[in-house]
Structures are given as structure tokens and as C-alpha cells.
Design a protein around this ligand. Structure first.
Ligand SMILES: [Zn+2]
Length: 393
């Protein structure tokens, strides 16, 4: 993609002090400091600024991206960097967030795919950790890295298992593909599933994968469901933000989940146009689920008296989930925010149906995320297929 551009200032005192910052947002930060090398030359890589403060001690500062819509930026300081040393050594890394505080406890990985928690201490606003650096690089990141390629591999794997289509919906601001997955049955009614408007919200992605896999599985319930309902999945709406390791926004500095009224941004505009096109062909949008992450598990819903069809549908569905998983707290937060331009409200206002924002906690146990997604997707299908009256409690 973009050329790497960085400016480094070199100061000599007793220690050489090298500080690097970037003028482009595209994973260009790097610091080569003697024996130790920090780099972000991979998708989602981000550390904004790094410098040596003592022998084997380094300071990384996290700085939010361009923000044109919602100051102050939502507090989601993302970071992902690689550390390597020519000679094995223990280094001390301190991370600071410019104008904000830390949200994501560090994770470490040797291969970029399997992760474990990295021990750290919070010292006021400073996050401090000791890392064993060696010739074999280690990745340190705020959450597991789920990059654009990961989505493509996941979708291609789904293609081998079930009868779906996988093709381009459109392109992002910087020209990256935005893909859609579709399953078409014999009816004209659609379930719509969206994900990753907010790049660091990885637990939302970790929920979307099993949720969609269950709906596209070969279970009897899923097969009946897909006969009755079509499914549209747009799993990765903000590929530019994901690539750059943005905290919140797309490449233009817009929060895509605040753009569902004006459609200023090409990412949301193309989805709206695609749904318009479906409806103009006699198709009906029946329900939508939009995956995100926040501090804890929450399902943001539309109120039962908002005037959408089947007013008690979401209460029935998530009530079933609550009964199915007595050890998991299923929290529903009904809300009507007409001016916020979030996807959930767009579906209700435009199509007269329920929609939810499905939020998984940042630190929710990863197996629990899968279990909730498995049960929630099965119960969603059962509720959409049942002849239960969703007009009353
Ligand atoms: Zn979000």
C-alpha cells in the first residue's frame, strides 16, 4: 500500500536517543535502537511513537488518529507492534496514551495467531511490562490481531462448507475490498449481519464468526432457517481502519457508526445503496445484528414501544438466551437515539423492524464469547422460525 514515511530525530547524550514519528497513518512506525527493533510493518500495526529512555528501556506513546466527527475520540487506544533483539535480552516497555488512558491489557504472540496475556503493571497512566526480546520476533497487541486477510480466509473456508456466495459489496475510502457473504433461500426476507465498524473491537469479531458459522451450518435448524430467510453478512465494514490500527474511524476520520443518516462515507453509503436495491426488488429486511465490543457484554436494543413490527421479538429471543445460559448475565439496554446515526436505529427507522447492537466485553472469556454466539444464533433462528406471537409479552 502506502510508502513508509518516517521522520526520526537523533539526539546524543550519554545514551543515543532516537525518536520516530510518522507522517502517514499506514503502519509506518518503527524504531531501530541498537540491539532492539520495534516495528509495525504488518496489518493492524500501530504504536505512533517510540523512544529509548535508558538502556533496555523504551517508551511508547499511543496517539489517536484523525478525528472529524466525535471529539473526544472514543477511548479505545489500539496498539500492535513487533519486538526483536539481535541478542536475547529483557527489555522494559512503558506505554502511555496521549490524552487518554489504557483500555486493552497487552497480549503476546510468537506467531501472530495464538495469544496469551502479557503480564504488566499499571503505574498511574503508565502501562509497564517486561518483554523477553530475541531474534525471534514477538507481537504485542491490545487484542488478538484479526486483520483484513483473516476475514478473507474465514469467508473462503465457509465457502467450502455451505452454499453461499462471497463477493464484493464495494470499496473502502482507500480502495480496499468490502465483501459480502450471502445465502439465498426461496423467500424474500433477510437477516442482515454487520461487523467491525470499529477496528479495535475484536471481541465483536470473535462473536460474529461463530454466530455466522452457526447460521450457515448444516444443522437441521440452520438449513430450515436458510430455506425461509436469506442472510446477508458484511463482516468487515472498515478495512482501512483495521489495516491502520485505528482506534475508531475510517480513513477519513469518520466514525462509521455515526454515519447512518447522512451517509457521508463511502463504506456506509454503499451498504445503504445495496439494501435500497434489495428492497426495490421486492425484498424485505426482517432483522439486523451489528457486532461491537465495549467494557462488558451488552445488547443494545430498540424499545418495545418504538413502533417496529413484532415489538417483543428481541425480548423473547434474548429472554430465551438468558434462560439457556443461567451463568451468563444477558443485559438488554433499550434505547432510542434518533440523532446518533447508528446502524441499529437506521434499520428500525428505515425498515420498521428490530435491530440490535451486539456488544461483547473486551475481556469476556473467549470461550464464553463463542458459547454465547452459538446459543444466541440458534435461538435467533428458532425465534424467527416459530409462530410465537411477538406482538405481546
Ligand atoms: Zn463499536
Amino acid at each position: 500500500m502506502k510508502k513508509l514515511l518516517f521522520t526520526c530525530s537523533l539526539l546524543f547524550s550519554t545514551l543515543s536517543l532516537i525518536s520516530c514519528t510518522t507522517s502517514e497513518s499506514d503502519n509506518a512506525q518503527a524504531c531501530n535502537i541498537g540491539n532492539v527493533k520495534f516495528s509495525t510493518d504488518f496489518a493492524t500495526g500501530r504504536m505512533d511513537n517510540c523512544k529509548q529512555v535508558a538502556e533496555n528501556e523504551f517508551l511508547i506513546t499511543l496517539i489517536p488518529e484523525l478525528n472529524k466527527t466525535n471529539a473526544p475520540i472514543n477511548s479505545s487506544p489500539w496498539y500492535a507492534f513487533k519486538v526483536q533483539a539481535e541478542q536475547a535480552t529483557t527489555i522494559k516497555v512503558t506505554m502511555l496514551v496521549q490524552g487518554d488512558e489504557h483500555r486493552y491489557p497487552p497480549k503476546i504472540s510468537q506467531n501472530g495467531t495464538t495469544w496469551k496475556l502479557q503480564p504488566y503493571k499499571l503505574n498511574g497512566e503508565r502501562l509497564v511490562m517486561n518483554i523477553e526480546a530475541s531474534i525471534d520476533p514477538v507481537y504485542i497487541a491490545g487484542q488478538e490481531i484479526i486483520n483484513n486477510e483473516y476475514y478473507e480466509d474465514w469467508a473462503k473456508d465457509l465457502l467450502t462448507k455451505t452454499s453461499i456466495s462471497y463477493d464484493l459489496l464495494g470499496e473502502s475510502t482507500q480502495g480496499r475490498p468490502i465483501y459480502k457473504i450471502e445465502s439465498k433461500g426461496s423467500s424474500n426476507e433477510w437477516l442482515v449481519i454487520l461487523g467491525r465498524m470499529h477496528p479495535p473491537e475484536v471481541t465483536g469479531a470473535l462473536a460474529l464468526f461463530p454466530f455466522v458459522e452457526t447460521i450457515l451450518s448444516n444443522s437441521e435448524l440452520a438449513a430450515s432457517f436458510r430455506e425461509k430467510y436469506n442472510v446477508l453478512v458484511i463482516p468487515n465494514i472498515n478495512p482501512d481502519g483495521v489495516q491502520a490500527g485505528n482506534w475508531r474511524h475510517n480513513a477519513n476520520g469518520y466514525d462509521l457508526n455515526r454515519d447512518w443518516i447522512d451517509f457521508n462515507q463511502v463504506e456506509t453509503r454503499q451498504i445503504n445503496a445495496y439494501l435500497d436495491q434489495l428492497v426495490s426488488q421486492g425484498q424485505k429486511i426482517k432483522f439486523a445484528v451489528d457486532f461491537h465490543s465495549t467494557r462488558r457484554n451488552i445488547f443494545y436494543t430498540m424499545p418495545v414501544d418504538y413502533g417496529v413490527e413484532n415489538p417483543y421479538f428481541v425480548r423473547h429471543w434474548l429472554g430465551d438466551l438468558d434462560r439457556k445460559m443461567p451463568d451468563v448475565e444477558v443485559v438488554l439496554k433499550p434505547g432510542n437515539n434518533p440523532d446518533q446515526a447508528v446502524a441499529k436505529q437506521y434499520f428500525s427507522d428505515k425498515f420498521g423492524v428490530h435491530a440490535i447492537t451486539y456488544e461483547m466485553g473486551d475481556d469476556t472469556d473467549r470461550q464464553e464469547i463463542k458459547d454465547i454466539a452459538f446459543n444466541a444464533s440458534n435461538l435467533l433462528m428458532a425465534n424467527m422460525l416459530s409462530d410465537k406471537d411477538h406482538n405481546k409479552e
